[in-house]
Design a protein around this ligand. Structure first.
Ligand SMILES: C[S@@+](CC[C@H](N)C(=O)[O-])C[C@H]1O[C@@H](n2cnc3c(N)ncnc32)[C@H](O)[C@@H]1O
Length: 243
């Protein structure tokens, strides 16, 4: 009987992978990862120089990307069937061998792996290796001290409605906005309404090749990649404020 081990890969740079995950990936025989149809996949790209030559790969290709609205019944049903199918396949495989599942950032932080994790409960042993979340890599490459003293940090998704974004922005000191991509113009409007645009940074592909860091107010909102995060630092009890 094998087990399923989900390895968090961190924000993108291979040398930000934990020692434990690095060792596992370099000795793996069966590796699965999510990817969009027709793409290599970001997780696979991160480990491109690490997989052993005899490793068998399982690309778990999402059945669609942006063709269906993410709250439509068809989207929900097809995605559930996709996760059910891969749960069966990975559980079968783990009946005889260990299987490593790759996951960007930390697996339990907005990770697709969680959809497999809950389905695998009670069927097969599952182990998770933590990873540095993408947002942590992003605020480090931006050299932003993010949270001070009793600052409240809100982690928001760009997929939220504009009014909801504004509401949460008013309720927090420091902000992280993920899943920015095509939602960037909406995120920008929400930040402007909440009076936070001037302090906002956009980090595209943080710690990865092609990394870009810019003040959001100075960015043309036209095209923004999927791996992009907006950051606003808190002002909290900084040392100079306490004097
Ligand atoms: C589905 S979430 C996955 C989060 C992941 N499990 C983690 O711990 O970061 C994907 C979102 O994370 C953000 N993200 C992850 N890594 C990033 C990076 N290196 N640079 C910029 N954004 C990143 C982007 O906003 C992207 O849309």
């Amino acid at each position: 009987m094998g087990k399923i081990i989900c390895a968090g890969l961190g924000p993108g740079a291979p040398d930000l992978i934990s020692v434990r995950a690095d060792r596992l990936i370099r000795s793996s025989r069966h590796v699965a990862y999510f990817r969009k149809k027709g793409k290599l996949g970001n997780a696979r790209r991160i480990v491109k120089d690490m997989l052993p030559a005899n490793c068998i790969e399982y690309a778990m290709e999402y059945p669609f990307t942006t063709e269906l609205p993410f709250d439509s019944p068809e989207y929900i049903a097809r995605l559930a069937a996709f996760y059910d199918d891969w749960t069966e396949r990975l559980a079968d495989l783990a009946g005889s061998t260990d299987v490593v599942v790759l996951c960007e950032g930390d697996p339990l932080f907005y990770g697709s792996f969680m959809h497999l994790y809950i389905r695998l409960q009670g069927r097969v042993e599952v182990e998770i290796i933590p990873g540095v979340p993408g947002m942590v890599g992003c605020w480090n490459v931006t050299n932003l001290p993010m949270t001070w003293g009793d600052d409240v940090l809100a982690v928001l998704m760009g997929t939220l409605a504009e009014d909801d974004l504004v509401h949460h922005m008013y309720g927090a000191d420091a902000l992280v906005i993920m899943k920015t991509g095509c939602n960037l113009p909406k995120v920008r409007r929400a930040l402007e309404r909440a009076g936070r645009l001037e302090d906002a940074w956009l980090v595209e592909r943080g710690t990865m090749p092609g990394e870009r860091i810019a003040r959001l107010a100075e960015v043309e909102a036209a095209d923004c990649p999927y791996f992009a995060t907006v950051l606003v630092a808190g002002h909290g009890r900084r040392p100079e404020a306490a004097e």
